[in-house]
Design a protein around this ligand. Structure first.
Ligand code: ATP
Ligand code: MG
Length: 967
């Protein structure tokens, strides 16, 4: 920058200094000769002007002129006044001229400096104004215009100035303008750079953020692409606006960006348009390949051309749907036109490939069926050759096994073909039924109600069902077994129960409350504290510790619940054989279990039967047995709803049944595995113990035998209270310890009223009513629709239970007590034996067809250990249910299908039935692959579980494993 242009340079002082110096030089030379010199007057003039300029440094030329004229006039007057001092007028004249010349010279110099200073200030002002307006100037022309505007008045004023000064001024202006031009150019360059950077950032974001194209997943039309592009541009512009400054905006930032982004979009669109037909073709291939795959399976499965066409129409529809999904808008003309093409391709595939292939297969299928029939006859003959007689159900079971084997071997899977093949096999089956009839059996099996506290045996003979009395002639036998120290049975039933208090540590009972349960089962743990015998954990299985104190105080053996049950079954069978005079001839049995038994409990019971040397024809639920027996006595039944209410010694079962002649449908079941007479006995024991404490203070009954004695006495008192309002628990010489450990023998005589008994069991009775209510709700049957309540189990004799049921159902429902509640279940089991062994022929009046429902839910473990129900509780059997699940992890290629039974929210809290792996899932992101789990409970109550991967067209679905479970 030019320093002379600095406004604060104080040009006046500088000028004054130089002026002073030159004048002083003159004065110095004049001082030497002491003459009156013009310079003396000029000095005065200079002093005056110096002072004036020091006082006003930014003085303009007009002001200077005025001061000059005043000073000149004053000094000139002074000089004129001294005119006489000159020798002659000429001398004065010369002096004056010289004085005037010097003054004018000084003035001229000063004026020139003042003017230059003014020029510099004007130029500075013009430059500042121009720079300030740079943001509004876009071109050099704009700059030129602005410059001319600002300098025009200065130029006008110049015309009055001297040519010399004008030249000076023009030169100054020209140099200033060229420097301003350079500054303007630099300013323009800065804005451009900033603008370029902003556009570059926005463009690179636009270019990299091309998700909206999604070429691999969705096909878009031009107009849609443009709309998406517009959205992106809008977004970018919003960002640009907020990121940019006013200068870049003024300099066309947005317009430039728009034009650049629009060019970019044109390129994108061109490339998209080039690739779009390829993508459409690829999606078309995917969908039509899927159609091919589906149809190649269909061809194997359908039975006739009509069905084939139906399936073709269905998969064509599905293909169209799938294809539409590849387009962002199904009504988009692009999509519509390509769907037309796809339809043509698929139709051509059907006409040219699928249909001819099906024609070929039809011919092959007939051969397949013929071979299958041959194989069936061979297998069935083999079975009838090796067995004398097979009961209806057994024969049907064998038929089913052979049939399933052939279906699998011959790869007959489609429902239509299976149906066709079944019709052909059914005709053959009837010939085997006739052949089998020729080997009609003479020895029957027995039905056993294996109860928690009492068991009952029944037989069906000559069209009648009857209870087989035990050795003492009683219809029911206490489920008590006595063992020696080696685990061998010493006896069972009444005598063992009666004497159980004197050898309480070698007697086992309540095995039904233990069978098939884990040691850790909370319900079992609750019972353990009530039993006189010890129960230990043997590798997770609960086992009873049997001591035989007569032989050894320390020696003991462990017996399992299935062992107790099997010894009991053996005893029951042998007594029945003796009574029926069929020693060694009873081989088969149907055993009943509560509907609420788990798969494990059912299996354990079945194993117990087999361990007893019996052929367990079937395990049936107690409600089913009760329904069968009830139905026999009600041959003139109209269709009606009945509720079975089974309150026994250890368990409670309730079922809603729709009954018609010879046909009963159980529509819902509920119950409790730990609710029965045993619990009422326990409550009474607690009551009696409390009474003893009241009378004798703190006492301890450490002798297990004494406790058992008390328990038996309580059970008796309970029974008495069913007919009397009051009774007493009387025990002579009852042994107990006082607080100091002294043994006392007291004659116990505690009276108890029916009210007290009912009060102590109130919550248990209410629980049974609640379960009844829930069962009705599950069946969606109003209690008013229940015609009869069939009372099953010894505890239904309790008057309060009957009263509560009467109150609950109202007067219009009959509380049916006419069939002995202790024996009805065994009767049903005996009838079932007769049906299975053929004694009751299908179609005969006693033949009962019972359909039932699942007593618990079936499901699988899912992510996080949760349990997902597939077949809910109370689902009619047979049943097939499918449920879909998603993969939980990225790149997951296999899944463990763990099958459970129960109602708890967490899988582990239910009963595990088995598991298997499904491998070969195509790796993909979590949640993308679908696994379909199919659960089927067939007519034989076998649970089949399969899992298949339903892939998005890349992989095929397939059935990979089957788990079979008896329910
Ligand atoms: N008159 C009665 N009053 C009250 N309770 C009785 C009467 N008669 C029998 N009981 C009780 O009924 C229960 C026996 O009934 P039941 O034989 O039906 O049961 P269970 O078959 O052993 O048990 P579950 O079916 O639960 O396994 C015993 O607790 C017994 O004390
Ligand atoms: Mg029972």
């Amino acid at each position: 920058m030019d320093t002379t242009n600095l406004p604060m340079q104080a040009p006046g002082r500088k000028l004054n200094n130089s002026l002073k110096n030159s004048v002083n030089d003159d004065i110095a030379s004049d001082d030497d000769n002491h003459y009156l010199q013009p310079a003396q007057f000029a000095k005065e003039y200079v002093d005056k002007l110096s002072k004036a300029m020091t006082d006003n440094p930014s003085m303009c030329s007009q002001e200077l002129k005025e001061i000059h004229e005043n000073a000149f006039e004053e000094i000139s007057n002074d000089l004129t006044a001294r005119k006489e001092n000159f020798e002659n007028p000429n001398e004065f004249e010369e002096f004056y001229i010289e004085f005037e010349r010097q003054i004018n010279e000084v003035y001229k110099g000063l004026r020139e400096r003042v003017q230059k200073s003014a020029v510099n200030q004007i130029i500075k002002y013009i430059e500042d104004e121009t720079i300030r307006d740079f943001d509004n100037l876009y071109t050099p022309e704009d700059l030129q215009k602005k410059w001319c505007q600002l300098t025009s008045s200065a130029r006008e004023n110049l015309q009055q100035e001297t040519t010399e000064f004008q030249a000076y001024m023009y030169k100054k202006l020209a140099s200033s303008f060229s420097s301003i031009k350079e500054k303007f150019r630099q300013h323009q360059r800065d804005i451009c750079d900033r603008k370029k950077n902003l556009i570059e950032v926005a463009m690179s974001k636009y270019k990299h953020d091309k998700n909206w194209l999604m070429m691999d997943k969705v096909i878009r039309s031009d107009s849609e692409l443009r709309a998406l592009h517009d959205d992106k541009v809008y977004e970018a512009e919003v960002n640009l606006r907020s990121d940019s400054d006013q200068q870049t905006k003024n300099h066309g930032l947005l317009d430039d960006f728009r034009s650049e982004v629009s060019n970019e979009f044109d390129n994108i669109l061109t490339s998209y348009q080039r690739r779009r037909p390829l993508s459409i073709k690829r999606f078309q291939d995917v969908v039509s390949n899927e159609y091919d795959n589906e149809m190649s399976e269909v061809v194997e499965q359908v039975a006739n051309v009509e069905d084939l066409r139906k399936m073709h129409a269905r998969y064509l529809r599905e293909a169209v749907k799938k294809f539409q999904k590849f387009f962002s808008g199904p009504s988009d003309p692009l999509c519509i036109s390509h769907i037309g093409i796809l339809k043509n391709i698929i139709q051509a595939t059907f006409d040219e490939n699928v249909s001819p292939e099906f024609e070929n297969l039809l011919g092959e299928q007939d051969d397949n069926f013929k071979h299958g029939e041959k194989e069936y006859c061979k297998e069935m003959n083999l079975r009838l050759d090796t067995n004398c007689f097979l009961g209806d159900n057994v024969l049907r079971g064998e038929h089913n096994v052979v049939r399933s084997h052939i279906l699998l071997e011959r790869k007959i899977f489609s429902p239509e073909k299976v149906r066709e093949f079944d019709c052909r096999l059914e005709i053959l089956y009837s010939t085997f039924v006739q052949r089998n009839d020729m080997n009609y059996p003479t020895v029957e099996g027995i039905g056993i109600d294996l109860g928690t506290t009492y068991s009952c045996v029944a037989i069906y003979e000559a069209g009648c069902v009857k209870t087989v009395a035990n050795g003492d002639g009683l219809p029911t036998t206490p489920s008590y077994v006595r063992f020696n120290e080696h685990g061998h049975t010493l006896g069972f039933g009444d005598s063992v129960k009666e004497g159980s208090y004197s050898h309480s540590e070698s007697v086992a009972y309540d095995a039904k409350r233990m069978i098939g349960r884990e040691f850790s089962d909370p319900e079992l743990q609750k019972n353990i504290s009530n039993w006189p015998f010890a129960v230990v954990n043997d590798g997770g299985e609960p086992k009873i510790k049997i001591f035989c104190p007569e032989n050894s105080k320390t020696k003991y053996t462990l017996v399992s619940a299935p062992h107790v049950a099997s010894e009991l079954l053996k005893g029951l069978r042998s007594e029945a054989e003796k009574r029926l005079n069929l020693v060694g001839q009873i081989k088969s049995v149907v055993i009943t279990v509560p509907a609420y038994f788990t798969e494990k409990q059912i299996t354990a019971t079945k194993l117990a039967g087999e361990a007893a040397g019996l052929r367990v024809l079937e395990i049936i639920s107690e409600p089913v047995a009760a329904v069968i027996a009830y139905n026999k006595l009600n041959v003139n039944l109209d269709c009606k709803y009945v509720l079975t209410f089974d309150l026994g010694g250890g368990t409670f079962d309730v079922a809603v049944v729709k009954m018609a002649k010879g046909k009963s449908n159980i529509i819902s079941q509920d119950g409790h595995r730990n609710l029965g007479g045993e619990d009422f006995d326990q409550n009474m024991m607690q009551f009696i113990l409390a009474q003893i404490k009241l009378k004798h203070g703190t006492v301890i009954i450490s002798d297990k035998g004494q406790l058992q004695r008390l328990k038996l006495a309580c059970e008796k008192a309970k029974k008495v209270l069913s007919s009397a309002m009051q009774t007493a628990v009387k025990l002579d010489c009852f042994k107990l310890q006082d607080g100091k450990g002294q043994t006392l023998h007291v004659d116990l005589d505690v009276s108890i009223t029916r009210d007290q008994f009912e009060d102590m069991n109130k919550s248990l009775f209410q629980l049974a009513i609640q379960k009844t209510h829930a069962c009705l709700e599950a069946a969606r049957v109003d209690k008013g629709q229940i015609k009869e309540v069939v009372m099953v189990g010894g505890s239904t004799r309790i008057p309060k239970v009957q009263a509560m049921l009467k109150k609950f159902f109202g007067n219009r429902t009959i509380i049916q007590m006419s069939i002995d509640p202790d024996q009805i279940v065994a009767h049903g089991a005996a009838m079932r034996v007769a049906m299975l062994t053929g004694s009751i022929r299908r179609g005969s009046p006693d033949y009962q067809h019972v359909t039932t429902v699942t007593q618990m839910s079936y499901g699988v473990e899912v992510w996080g250990g949760d349990y997902s129900v597939v077949i809910p509780k109370n689902t009619p059997i047979p049943n097939v249910t499918r449920a879909q699940f998603r993969t939980a992890n990225d790149q997951q290629t296999s899944v463990l299908v763990s099958i459970f039974q129960g109602e708890a929210a967490k899988a582990v809290e239910n009963h595990k039935l088995g598991d298997f792996y499904l491998n070969g899932i195509p790796p993909a992101e979590a949640n993308l692959e679908t696994i379909e789990v199919m659960m089927e409970i067939d007519t034989n109550r076998v649970l089949h579980v399969s899992a298949a991967c339903v892939s998005n067209g890349v992989a095929e679905s397939r059935m990979i494993e089957v788990v079979e479970m008896r329910i």
